[in-house]
Design a protein around this ligand. Structure first.
Ligand SMILES: Nc1ncnc2c1ncn2[C@@H]1O[C@H](COP(=O)(O)OP(=O)(O)O)[C@@H](O)[C@H]1O
Ligand SMILES: O=P([O-])([O-])O[C@@H]1[C@@H](O)[C@H](O)[C@@H](O)[C@H](O)[C@@H]1O
Length: 350
């Protein structure tokens, strides 16, 4: 398997005097309302940007976040959003008892019931970044926004949900369109990674996309599969007791980018993605990662890098890395209290 960290595939750069900043995350925060049997069971901070920055901040990877919210935004966050005073924050209702949703999840029907403003190229700083993450949830990323990102970032990772979601004009139900019809297709040869859930992957031609970039398809409790050029491989999952699937794909992408920033190979980085995804499904809302677990993961990442530098035979055997990360992950599960449901936006105590 030759899935190594991606080359810089963006435009050639003029000689740099200022070092790149690390990671740029672009996507709106939102309010998530979780509904079951007709009742609101929890209200939480949502949006891929919030789950991803939680993973990056917890892993001490420096990031900058561009997000827009309305006057009603009700959460305290580390990375302040742009406030559009005459708008409301994007709101998603997630129904957990309506069967199969428009995007194929058997356990969740998503409706966007309010949408904040899109993120424009002028909202994004003009600095250079090592990684850009285009992670919209409610249609806030425009083709010109993604174009600016590929210009200023060495490598861009895109969540396909930012590109292919459309919203029912009456009830806001989320539907998906084919990637070719999304209005973004012409930019995709300039991105480094495209992440999709297995349901979303049905809306792209993986064979075609893997020639343009590294494609990562997540598959819930089964882990994920990576495709690039003629290589593909499955990356194994970690065991989890699922409470709420919301944010698993986002935390996965956060973990993947943490791994890439640390200099891991793509399969090893995807393993970190699986780790953060598996922890996220055990929580309602934003997971608070256990400090001991984070430290053990950091130590294992450093060991893994040293090992891979010393011996090329370790590079492809990421099963060994999986075995070493598993106890780190379970030390955290054992020390957890059961998550409480959230009501009215109070944070999740563990
Ligand atoms: N039940 C689960 N058990 C263990 N890991 C999970 C589980 N659900 C999700 N994950 C992890 O989170 C990742 C993303 O989850 P997935 O359900 O595929 O995405 P999405 O949340 O976008 O639908 C998976 O690839 C896996 O690593
Ligand atoms: O669960 P997941 O697919 O990774 O990502 C989710 C989005 O699909 C949803 O629109 C948003 O409201 C959630 O907060 C979360 O970002």
């Amino acid at each position: 398997m030759t899935l190594n960290p991606p080359p810089s595939q963006q435009t050639p750069q003029s000689p740099r005097r200022i070092p790149n900043r690390r990671v740029l995350i672009v996507g709106n925060y939102c309010h998530d309302v979780l509904i079951q049997n007709g009742s609101v069971v929890a209200e939480t901070l949502g949006g891929a940007a919030s789950f991803i920055s939680n993973v990056l901040d917890s892993s001490s990877v420096s990031c900058e976040l561009v997000s827009k919210v309305g006057h009603d935004f009700r959460y305290e966050v580390i990375h302040s959003p742009i406030v559009a005073p005459d708008k409301e924050t994007t709101i998603f209702e997630a129904y957990f008892d309506l069967g199969i949703d428009g995007i194929g999840h058997a356990d969740r029907v998503l409706k966007r019931v309010s949408a904040c403003d899109p993120i424009l190229p002028s909202d994004i700083p003009d600095s250079r970044f090592d990684f850009g993450m285009a992670v919209g949830v409610g249609g806030e990323i425009l083709p010109e926004t993604l174009e600016k990102m590929v210009e200023i970032c060495d490598v861009v990772a895109v969540d396909i949900q930012a590109l292919i979601r459309v919203f029912d004009p009456v009830d806001g139900a989320v539907k998906l369109v084919d990637l070719k019809e999304s209005g973004f297709f012409h930019i995709l040869h300039r991105i480094g990674f495209l992440k999709a859930s297995s349901d979303e992957a049905l809306f792209m031609d993986v064979e075609q996309m893997k020639q343009l970039c590294c494609v990562v398809v997540t598959n819930g409790e089964k882990g994920c599969r990576i495709y690039h050029m003629d290589d593909e491989m499955t990356v194994p999952p970690f065991l989890a007791k699922q409470v709420d699937p919301t944010g698993a794909g986002d935390s996965f992408l956060g973990g993947l980018v943490v791994g890439l920033v640390e200099g891991l190979t793509v399969p090893d980085a995807a393993l970190l993605g699986n780790l953060f995804g598996s922890i996220t499904v055990e929580h309602i809302g934003q997971p608070k990662f256990d400090l001991m677990m984070l430290q053990r993961v950091k130590d294992e990442v450093q060991k893994r890098k040293k090992q891979c530098n010393l011996s090329s035979s370790h590079k492809n055997d990421h099963n060994e890395f999986h075995e070493r990360l598993s106890p780190a992950r379970f030390s955290c599960v054992d020390s957890q209290l059961q998550p409480k449901l959230l009501v009215n936006g109070h944070s999740c105590d563990r």
